[in-house]
Ligand binder design. Structure first.
Ligand code: ASP
Length: 348
């Protein structure tokens, strides 16, 4: 039986309010007596705490960032309800389809999209990176490749929670491919079935891609990203998570970035790559994330009220930061000092 993660049950919340948080004057530390670089792993949402813990079992003993970011998000693929892995909500035709990507410190990258009935899409993405001349495999081809690589074909049955959500959604089936719901004011309560995904009727944002970025004790960066995407999406819809440069980007000379939120709008601005470019120009991780969130606001204008977009970033100095369009995004940071949850700074 899979454990159900509840974002409202915070294990450890460090709230830093609107000021956000970036380590200034980061001092490298010795890890296991072998290196002068202190590892760090940052992951989206509070589910990132458990994911970070698994990643730290690799990083804390001198392991590679690439292994850490794969191992970390596998935990979420196993445990998350609604938005990551095979327990996620299905598309409008009742099938769970998964997107994932991974990238290392040498511009090697791999991704899968529209993958069905495979438990760990992140590991398939890594195989795409390591065993093929390609970067991205999708749909049946991705599944065929996974089976050839020894992954097991799962039943495809929805989890109990997903069945309930789907039955509920089917009552109205009002999903609109372009999310363009009229909101009279910021406190209007919206039906989750209409948003798919966006703001829930209790006011929370219905996004839970797990994205993870890490630096190991060799100073190398890597990142990973995995999701079941927008709940009740059109069949065949692919979000930003498997799109290298949008949902995830790593440049080992500069930094690593991952996104969560409305994938279409992250793709529009090549979000993660754009944040990396801002860091290359000398911006801190938080400033870099903020600039790209502002760009999305500029493009979406009034419609920005209807979506949430969030980025997390780390740079080569081990500084980290995050920024979101609206309140409600948190992220987990594991350093040798511990594993803590932080509230991201936001635009409005
Ligand atoms: N970015 C994901 C997507 O659009 C969803 C999310 O992060 O909630 O597929």
């Amino acid at each position: 039986m899979n454990k159900i993660m509840d974002r409202r049950k915070f294990i450890h919340l460090t709230s830093l309010g609107a000021a956000g948080f970036t380590i200034k004057g980061f001092i490298p530390q010795t890890v296991h007596g072998t290196s002068s670089i202190s590892p760090i792993v940052v992951a989206t949402w509070d589910a990132g705490l458990a994911a970070n813990k698994a990643a730290w079992s690799v990083l804390g003993s001198g392991g590679k960032a690439l292994d850490a970011v794969e191992k970390g998000v596998m935990v979420t693929e196993d445990e998350m309800n609604c938005c990551v892995g095979l327990n996620g909500n299905p598309d409008r035709d009742g099938f769970v389809t998964l997107d994932a990507s991974i990238m290392d410190h040498e511009f090697n990258c791999g991704s899968v999209a529209f993958l069905e009935r495979i438990k760990h899409p992140i590991s398939v993405a890594r195989k795409v990176m390591e065993k093929t001349p390609h970067v991205m495999l999708v749909g049946q081809g991705a599944q065929q490749f996974a089976l050839e690589q020894g992954f097991k074909l799962e039943s495809g049955e929805l989890s109990e929670d997903a069945k309930k959500s789907y039955q509920n959604w089917l009552k109205k089936s009002t999903y609109q491919p372009v999310i363009n719901i009229e909101r009279k004011n910021a406190t209007t309560q919206l039906e989750p079935s209409k948003m798919a995904p966006s703001r829930l009727s209790n006011g929370e944002w219905n996004h839970d891609t797990i994205g993870m970025i890490a630096m190991d004790s060799m100073g190398n960066l890597s990142g990973s990203c995995t999701t079941s995407g927008a709940g009740f999406k059109m069949r065949g819809r692919v979000g930003d998570s498997p799109v290298i440069g949008a949902g995830l980007y790593v440049d080992n000379e500069v930094g690593a970035v991952v996104a969560t939120g409305q994938g279409e709008d992250v793709i529009r601005v090549a979000g993660s790559s754009a944040v990396v470019e801002q860091m290359r120009q000398g911006k801190s991780p938080t400033e870099a994330c903020k600039i790209i969130v502002e760009r999305i606001l500029h493009i979406k204008k009034e419609k920005a009220k209807e979506i949430q977009v969030c980025f997390i970033a780390i740079n080569k100095k081990g500084e980290f930061g995050a920024y979101s369009l609206h309140k409600g995004f948190n992220y987990a940071v594991h350093t040798p000092q511990g594993n803590t949850l932080h509230e991201a700074t936001f635009l409005d």
